[in-house]
Write a protein that binds this ligand. Structure first.
Ligand SMILES: [Fe+2]
Length: 282
């Protein structure tokens, strides 16, 4: 089966600009693979409530799983289901918590379109040959944000932020009966660089996470008598040369993953903060 290709050079833009918006019609998805995309989109109907939203809010549904990825061989291995972890310095809304989300279903993991999308997304990244021969930690999030008249949906409740990855792809799965949800990229001192609206399935964006920040505006139902829905897939890549392959044991796998969480953005920002402090006159 042929893989996904693209009409523009994401690689060059990402290398120079640090982010790229990719409209759906620039992806060339072979017909036999696109059949699996149709199935893949349906998997968002079976997400489960995110229990880590503040003050009892319920606008987000999700599934999540960590993967081991060795680009040179194309090997993608799922870790046993584990919690999701972000340090508090990165996620002020829900950091330093072992967040237990339902895992991706095996049907989703084994979907050929999904498997090829991970490989395709990685092929566009500006990484060296050496880095392609070393392991990467990949976290995958299936997220549904729901908006009602009583409660807006917040795709990024933590505001303008970094994730804890080297590169992040966001693919729109579906947008139904909503207004808002504009995606923006910011410089590391939070100046707006660009915005775009992801409208159709596979409208996408990719960014070099330590180099830029991102955020998404809240969503509201267009027709107030019905719920609004915004479904996205996040594929997040972090280079981790010492990462070990999954053991199949949740406790051991989570220990290995947490030992490898050393957010690139945090390292850069921690360094920047120290430099700022050192240069501030007393
Ligand atoms: Fe994010």
């Amino acid at each position: 089966m042929k893989g996904i290709t693209i009409t523009q050079s994401v690689y060059l833009q990402l290398k120079t600009k640090k982010y790229v918006f990719v409209p759906h019609n620039e992806f060339i998805i072979p017909k036999d693979l696109n059949i699996y995309n149709i199935q893949f989109k349906k998997d968002w109907k079976k997400l489960e409530k995110d229990n880590y939203l503040k003050t009892g809010r319920s606008f987000r549904y999700r599934r999540f799983r960590y993967f081991y990825f060795l680009p040179v061989s194309g090997k993608i291995l799922a870790y046993a289901p584990t919690p999701y972890y972000q340090p508090a310095e990165i996620n002020k809304y829900a950091g330093d918590i072992d967040r237990k989300f339902s895992p991706l279903k095996s049907k989703t993991i084994n979907n050929p379109f999904f498997q090829e999308l991970i490989q395709f997304d990685f092929r566009q990244l500006p990484v060296s040959q050496k880095e392609k021969c070393e392991p990467w930690l990949v976290d995958i999030h299936q997220i549904r944000t729901v908006a009602t008249v009583a409660e807006s949906g917040e795709p990024t409740p933590e505001g303008i932020h970094h994730d804890e990855n080297d590169f992040v792809w966001i693919h729109l799965i579906k947008r139904k009966n909503i207004t808002g949800g504009s995606s923006s990229i910011y410089s590391n001192d939070e100046k707006l660089l660009a915005s775009c609206m992801l409208h159709k399935n596979m409208d996408s964006m990719v960014f070099w996470d330590p180099k830029v920040m991102h955020g998404v505006t809240s969503v509201h139902p267009k027709d107030p008598t019905k719920n609004g829905i915004r479904d996205v897939l996040l594929i997040c890549f972090t280079h981790r040369p010492g990462l070990q392959v999954p053991t199949g044991n949740s406790i051991l796998d989570y220990k290995e993953i947490k030992a490898n969480i050393n957010p690139p953005a945090l390292s850069e920002h921690g360094y920047k903060r120290r430099m700022d402090m050192e240069s501030t006159p007393e």
